[in-house]
Design a protein around this ligand. Structure first.
Ligand code: C5P
Length: 235
């Protein structure tokens, strides 16, 4: 497989073309950022930990009927994926009130959300990812009303599946962010599902086991990520 300059370089991953037009190469880097890139660091093994968890969860979702961009792992930081035309909407599913929901609305941190709350954000760092609604998404031509319903239904199914998995390793799945993209006529789950994109709380200690450890200097970030990898994959 020949590699050139990335065709896309995000804050934590780079995307390269491959020899196969129906496959892209995603490299998970050790860069970690928070607050729209205002806080940045490089943490050894972070890319490998996030790639490991993403691959594990994509495989699990595929086995349970969710269509994702995941094809295979090439090495511990390199994921082969289907090329997607990304939809610039972050689909956030929340089971417990935390983060921006608590900052922006009168929820108590830790309050259970039953049924789960779906929040849609417009993915645009320069605008600080503002919340978007169905009407704006349709007006901007990002998705049709039917596609929005399809994506929300998929997000709730993914939530049920992830919650079951995360529960078993002694963690609460507080919230997580998904990104979807088009592959031909299909909408597939893309991006990653990792400690960078989920909020996980230890059921006993209520300690954060995710990027909040980095965001708010709560402890050893890589020891935390390694612990999630160990509990989830046994490695
Ligand atoms: O910041 P907020 O509370 O809205 O984040 C909700 C969830 O979505 C968290 O798990 C967070 O890590 C994730 N998220 C993300 N990328 C963003 C915004 C949020 O992965 N740009």
């Amino acid at each position: 497989m020949t590699e050139q300059e990335p065709i896309y370089r995000g804050k934590a991953k780079s995307v390269f073309r491959s020899d196969n037009p129906d496959e892209l190469i995603v490299k998970f880097r050790d860069d970690i950022t928070a607050f729209d890139g205002a806080k940045k660091d490089e943490l050894a093994r972070k890319g490998a930990y996030n790639a490991r968890v993403s691959a594990y969860l994509f495989r699990y979702l595929e086995e349970n009927g969710v269509s994702t961009h995941f094809v295979r792992m090439e090495d511990e930081t390199t994921m082969i994926v289907r090329p997607l035309k990304m939809i610039p909407v972050e689909v956030i599913v929340r089971n417990i009130a935390a983060g921006s929901l608590v900052r922006n609305y009168p929820f108590e941190e830790g309050a259970p959300l039953n049924p789960p709350v779906i929040v849609l954000d417009y993915k645009d760092d320069a605008r600080h990812d503002p919340m978007i609604n169905d009407e704006i998404i349709v007006a901007l031509g990002f998705m049709t009303t039917g596609e929005i319903a399809e994506v929300k239904k998929a997000a709730l199914k993914i939530n049920d599946l992830l919650k079951e998995k995360i529960d078993k390793i002694g963690l609460d799945l507080v919230d997580f962010k998904l990104e979807f993209g088009r592959h031909g006529d299909e909408i597939l789950l893309g991006d990653e599902i990792s400690m960078d994109s989920m909020r996980l709380w230890d059921k006993k200690s209520h300690a954060s086991m995710d990027k909040d450890v980095y965001r708010f200097d709560k402890g050893d970030v890589m020891a935390t990520y390694a612990e999630v990898v160990r509990r989830l994959t046994g490695e």
